[in-house]
Ligand binder design. Structure first.
Ligand code: BG6
Length: 496
């Protein structure tokens, strides 16, 4: 429970969580704040006000927070004194987000903390974002030090995203809007920036002249669980690609920003999004693969198919639970370099990985018995077992003829540093308090991502491109393998 001198303390704040009884608050927000408190990073004057329609009272909210900590914090990190200190920070206020009920009381509850940083976290259903913002404005809660935090889905297409951004923008200027993409808060995702811009080694090679292709895989072994209602209206393209995967692609592909300043970084990401080559009706069949899982196996045993999980009512759903892409960025740095992207539910394992595959040596001096000279790969493993591997060719040690071997220079972070990787929300929440928007999506980024996604959705529809079935526990439809293999390349499943 000792405070770590490397941690930068934050200013006094009051964080109001709308949707405080929901899944996001229980699973992520409360545990993340507890962790930061445990590490001694929260100032004495840090207060968390839970808001929901159901009136829990202070005691009920405290009980909910205890439960959340019990469920989502490792037992070794559950210290009674720290839990009590954290619980002491909590207040509760019943408010109906869709009417004026409870708002004057909330304004009164926040008033004593007027001199602190105000954070308003909308952990609610997205259709409440606009009405809540409007009331925050009307009831005087959106003052000049207040920041609003929202999370995807930010719209379901470009038009609805614009509408939502407009509604939020009526009340909060862009420098006070924090759009979370929790992938940007992941430790190893930030490592992509560290690797690229804190080493002289990679950047000179980081272009079409030296990179053959890039692969990004975000695989989950879980199915849609209890989120089928939302998921069925979204699908893998909206749920994972529009946000997380495109953000990863931006970090890999962007030009070096002038600094880590929020707009410097976001300007560069925006340029990448705007340079993505459009995938239209004519190309969509060749460049994208949709899939939907059927009954099969997960690491924990037999599992039903997606349609069975949805039940009778939605039995005919054509929502994709898997998607693979070949994307291209139309600029000088990346011309002709394919970015193969894929994500899906009920794949064999949970793994997220970026593979940068370099071009082969131009000419091999080694004779046949030395074996093939394989290409170098840089593999950034986001989860689990975070780390970086650089695959190199070396001489196989030992006597006898010269044989070559492909081996990784391995930096598995848990082994190298022995530290706990903080959850993305721990960093992101405190960045909001600090007023640092670097890891949050700016309005134009979100809209540029939709502008690339929309035509794909439309083309799927126009071409009646139904998802192809795949068996739960496999790497998606065979067409995803064909997508990359017809270019003479292969998905690197065990790259890390
Ligand atoms: C969420 C998606 O944004 O990210 C989920 O809505 C997905 O469908 C999740 O499961 C994956 O996040 P993580 O951090 O577990 O990789």
């Amino acid at each position: 429970m000792q405070s770590d001198s490397r941690l930068i303390p934050v200013d006094p704040f009051v964080l109001t969580v709308f949707g405080a009884t929901g899944d996001l608050a229980r699973r992520k927000i409360l545990p993340a704040l507890y962790h930061r408190d445990l590490d001694g990073q929260l100032p004495d004057q840090a207060t968390i006000i839970g808001v929901s329609r159901r009136d829990l009272g202070d005691d009920g909210f405290a009980a909910l927070a205890r439960e959340a900590i019990g469920e989502h914090i490792r037992p070794a990190e559950q210290f009674p004194a720290a839990i009590e200190r954290f619980i002491g920070r909590l207040r509760f206020c019943p408010v109906d987000a869709s009417s004026d009920e409870g708002w004057p009381e909330l304004a009164a509850a926040v008033k004593p903390y007027a001199d602190r940083v105000q954070v308003l976290y909308l952990a609610t259903a997205p259709d409440l974002f606009a009405p809540i913002c409007e009331r925050l404005g009307r009831f005087g809660l959106a003052n000049h030090v207040a920041r609003v935090v929202i999370e995807k889905p930010i719209g379901k297409d470009l038009q609805s995203a614009r509408r939502l951004n407009d509604a939020i923008g009526q009340v909060f200027s862009e420098d006070r809007v924090y759009r979370i993409d929790h992938y940007l808060g992941k430790e190893t995702v930030q490592n992509v920036m560290a690797l690229r811009f804190a080493n002289a080694l990679f950047e000179p090679l980081w272009n079409a002249g030296h990179i053959d292709h890039v692969q990004i895989t975000v695989a989950e072994s879980l199915g849609v669980e209890d989120r089928a209602g939302y998921y069925d209206t979204a699908g893998a393209l909206r749920d994972m690609v529009q946000n997380h995967i495109l953000q990863l692609l931006c970090l890999v592909a962007m030009e070096p920003p002038r600094s880590l300043d929020a707009d410097a970084v976001r300007d560069e990401k925006l340029k990448v999004l705007r340079s993505l080559k459009p995938i239209d009706k004519d190309l969509v069949g060749a460049l994208t693969v949709r899939g939907q899982y059927r009954a099969g196996a997960s690491p924990k045993g037999a599992v039903p198919g997606y349609l069975d999980e949805l039940g009778e009512a939605r039995g005919a759903s054509s929502t994709e639970t898997f998607v693979a892409f070949k994307a291209e960025i139309g600029n000088w740095r990346w011309a002709g370099v394919p970015f193969y992207l894929r994500t899906g539910k009920r794949l064999p394992t949970r793994v997220s990985e970026i593979v940068v595959s370099f071009r082969p040596v131009p000419h091999s001096i080694f004779a046949g018995q030395a074996g093939p000279v394989e290409a170098n790969h840089l593999v950034v493993r986001l989860q689990p077992d975070e780390g970086v591997k650089l695959w190199l060719m070396i001489k196989d040690p030992g006597p006898g003829g010269l044989r070559l071997k492909h081996v990784p220079l391995d930096m598995t972070f848990a082994e190298a540093f022995g530290v706990r990787n903080p959850d993305a929300y721990e960093r992101l929440l405190l960045d909001v308090v600090r007023g640092n928007q670097t890891l949050f999506m700016r309005r134009d980024e979100v809209e540029a991502a939709w502008a690339w996604i929309d035509p794909i959705l439309q083309a799927w529809k126009d071409n009646n491109m139904a998802p192809r079935p795949y068996t739960a526990g496999t790497w998606g439809p065979a067409a995803s393998i064909a997508l990359i293999e017809r270019d003479g390349r292969t998905w690197l499943e065990d790259a890390a």
